[in-house]
Structure formats: C-alpha cells, structure tokens
Design a protein around this ligand. Structure first.
Ligand code: PMP
Ligand code: GLN
Length: 386
C-alpha cells in the first residue's frame, strides 16, 4: 500500500465526511428506511431516459461548449423569463454546472478573495462554509430562528462590515422547510444597496413551495438580480439527484468571472444529458406540477406523525420536514438519529450538522419526504411507536 512520506497539513482540518453520507451508510448497514439524505426513492419520468438515450445514439457524446449546450442554456433562460420575468442572455449570463454544489463552489472561488467576509444563515447547507474557507475568507454566521426560520435583519445589519464580500442565501431552505418572503429580499436589497456585495442565492428547491405560496427569487427582484448569482439544480426538479446537473444565472460581469473558474473545475458538463434536459424542459407542466406532488407527500408524512410524540414544525417548501423530539428524549440529535436508525429502522438527519455551534437545547431531526407513499407509511408506523 502506498504511504505519503510526510505530514499532510489539511486545508479543512475540522471537516469529516458529510452527515448525508454518514446517515445513508448507517441506514444501509442496518436496513433502515432512509429518510436522511435528500433524494427520491421513486423513478424519474422514463421519457427523460429515452431522450438521453436518443442523444447518445445520435452521437452527441463529445465535449459540450464550456458554458453549457446552447439548447439547454436557451431553455433555462426561457424558463427564467416565463417564471420570473427576467431576461438573461443565454450567451453571457448562464452557465450549466455539474450540480448546484459545483455552482456554489465556483461562485465563491471566483468572487471571494482571501480576507473577505461571507455572511451565511445557520442552519446552513454543509458545503457553503468549506468553500468560503478554501477561498481564504471568513465565514460570518447569522441565525435563522424557529419556527419560521426567517432572518433577523437587525442582526444581519450588525454583521455587515467593509470586508463583507458576499451573502449566501437559500430559500426554500434546507433543512428547515422555511421560505423567505418578499420583504426579506427587500431587506437584503436595502442592506446591500450601494455596496459591491454579491448575493449567492441557492434556489435548488425553487419549484418545491406549498400552500399556494410564491417562490421569491433573487432573479425576479428588481435590485437583487443585478448582484445575484442564482443557482438551480435538475436533481430536485426532475428527481435525478445522481445526474448532478445544475446551473447558475448572473449578470454578465459576474458570470465572466464565474466561467474563468468553471472552465478549470469541470470545464463542461455531460453532453447527452444536457440535450435531453433541454428537450424535457419544453413542457413546463413537468416542473409546475411539483408543488402539488410534494405537498401531498408532506401532508402524508405530517398526518402519519400527527399522533406520534414528535412535534412537527411548519414546512412551507423543500422536501424536508423538521420534527422536535423534546417529548421523546434528552439525547443530542446525532445520538438519537443513530439510535433510531439502529433500533427503530428509520434514518434521519440531526439538524446540529447544519451549525458550527448548535443552539443549546435545540432538539430537531430532519425527515426527507421525497419518498413513495408506502415508504412514508412504513416509516410513520415505526416512528409513531417511538
Ligand atoms: N444546495 C442545497 C440547499 C441542497 O439541499 C443541495 C442538495 N440537496 C445542493 C445545494 C446540492 O445540489 P446538487 O446535488 O445539484 O449539487
Ligand atoms: N442535499 C442533500 C440533503 O440535504 C444531500 C446531498 C449530499 O449528500 N451532499 O440531504
């Protein structure tokens, strides 16, 4: 076995394996129902597979253009214009990425310099802070508070300094299921007005909003769209998290810098899949039906847990439901999540994984409801006994 002949100084000394990998692995080891890592257990539309196969057979198997296959860039720009009312230029203002994770990493690497500060909102998706740290910048943490998980704008205002280079936001929000209101975007616009601050807006759950709410996108906001990199992902929208195809929309000046990095991180994304997605996007019903589809699953999970000792928090979007377990146990969430996987046969995500320092006494687990009805029913049956 090879051995590196010296010490390795880690660039990310505090980072281990992501909680999603840890819990999915534990679920597999114990044969537990996996409501931890966020992915559907049902298939995508077979028409999408036919399209990929068609483009492979037709010979579209070599490098796509660096910014993305033109039909996909054009389809995404049409989708943004129809849904959000903002015209982006497919030549200069969109890049197709290898998933949202790469888009986030690329945006931070391209636009944040050593010594800068980047504001994030805890609980925060796990990839943001490492990207900021690798750029040599400082992570500045604002707090979202239950049960609605919207920002305290007075707190955010206190965190802004002359070094603030970027604010990273995510709505609808993983893990809380919260979503920001139009006033939140107005507050962010007011806070950044007259500054060079860039907003990275992670909108991978843009179509997973419930109860008739509207997704408030930075791409729609008349001021924020000029300073935002807006990120989306087909993983959530078309039930193909394993395909890792996403995109970033931004004004030309920001996108030019984004592409300088993108071309050396992945250069370009899977060609036949891009062409298939472009065609699949031609029917907007394929994504406009998602709120009803997932709201039904949310309601099934909530109804199934209504009589349990878990206390359910509001869920306005995403495919995640938070549950407080104070009536069940005093254990830290990571300990309980592990025990439930082993003893009850249901894997979940401990919400403390989304914090640098979790709030004392916060006892929350995250359940993913992107699952078949029978999976949700079986999980609820087990969880009702806890
Ligand atoms: N951002 C958020 C908030 C997510 O929940 C996820 C994954 N579920 C991602 C980014 C990453 O998306 P992708 O799989 O397209 O990289
Ligand atoms: N975003 C998914 C989640 O929150 C997981 C993605 C991953 O495993 N990195 O569960």
């Amino acid at each position: 076995m090879p051995r590196f002949p010296g010490p390795v100084e880690s660039r990310l000394p505090a980072v281990g394996t992501t909680i999603f990998t840890v819990m999915s692995r534990l679920a597999a080891e114990h044969g537990a129902i996996n409501l931890s890592q966020g992915f559907p257990d049902f298939p995508a539309d077979p028409a999408l597979f036919e399209l990929v196969s068609k483009h492979m057979r037709a010979g579209s198997n070599q490098y796509a253009p660096m910014a993305g296959a033109a039909p996909l860039r054009e389809a995404l720009v049409r989708k943004a214009e129809a849904g959000l009312g903002t015209a982006y230029d497919p030549e200069h203002e969109i890049t197709v990425t290898a998933g949202a994770t790469q888009a986030i990493y690329t945006a931070v690497t391209a636009l944040v310099r050593p010594g800068d500060e980047v504001i994030v909102f805890e609980p925060v998706y796990d990839s943001y802070a490492p990207a900021i740290e690798l750029a040599g910048a400082t992570v500045v943490r604002a707090r979202l508070r239950p049960p609605e998980w919207r920002p305290d704008w007075a707190e955010v205002r206190r965190l802004v300094t002359p070094r603030t280079r970027m604010v990273m936001i995510n709505s609808p929000h993983n893990p809380t299921g919260g979503s920001w209101a139009a006033e939140d975007l107005d507050a962010l616009a007011a806070l950044t007005r007259g500054t060079g601050i860039v907003v990275v807006s992670d909108e991978v759950y843009e179509h997973l909003v419930f109860d008739g709410r509207r997704h408030e996108s930075c791409a729609r906001h008349p001021e924020l769209r000029d300073r935002s990199v807006v990120i989306g992902s087909f993983g959530k929208t078309f039930h193909v998290t394993g395909w890792k195809v996403g995109w970033a929309l931004a004004p030309r000046e920001l996108m030019a810098e984004f592409r300088k990095v993108h071309q050396f991180v992945v250069f370009t994304v899977n060609t036949p899949v891009q062409l298939a997605l472009a065609e699949f996007l031609e029917d907007p019903a394929r994504y406009l039906s998602l709120p009803d589809f997932y709201q039904r699953k949310r309601d099934l999970l909530r109804a199934g847990l209504a009589a349990s000792r878990f206390e359910l928090l509001p869920c306005h979007g995403t495919y995640f439901q938070l549950a407080a377990y104070g009536r069940i146990s005093d254990e830290p969430d990571a300990v309980l999540a592990e025990r439930l996987t082993r003893e009850v046969g249901v894997a979940t995500i401990p919400v403390s994984a989304f914090y640098d320092t979790p709030p004392a006494g916060q006892r929350l687990l995250r359940f993913c409801f992107a699952k078949k009805e029978e999976t949700l029913a079986r999980a609820c049956e087990r969880l009702a006994k806890v």
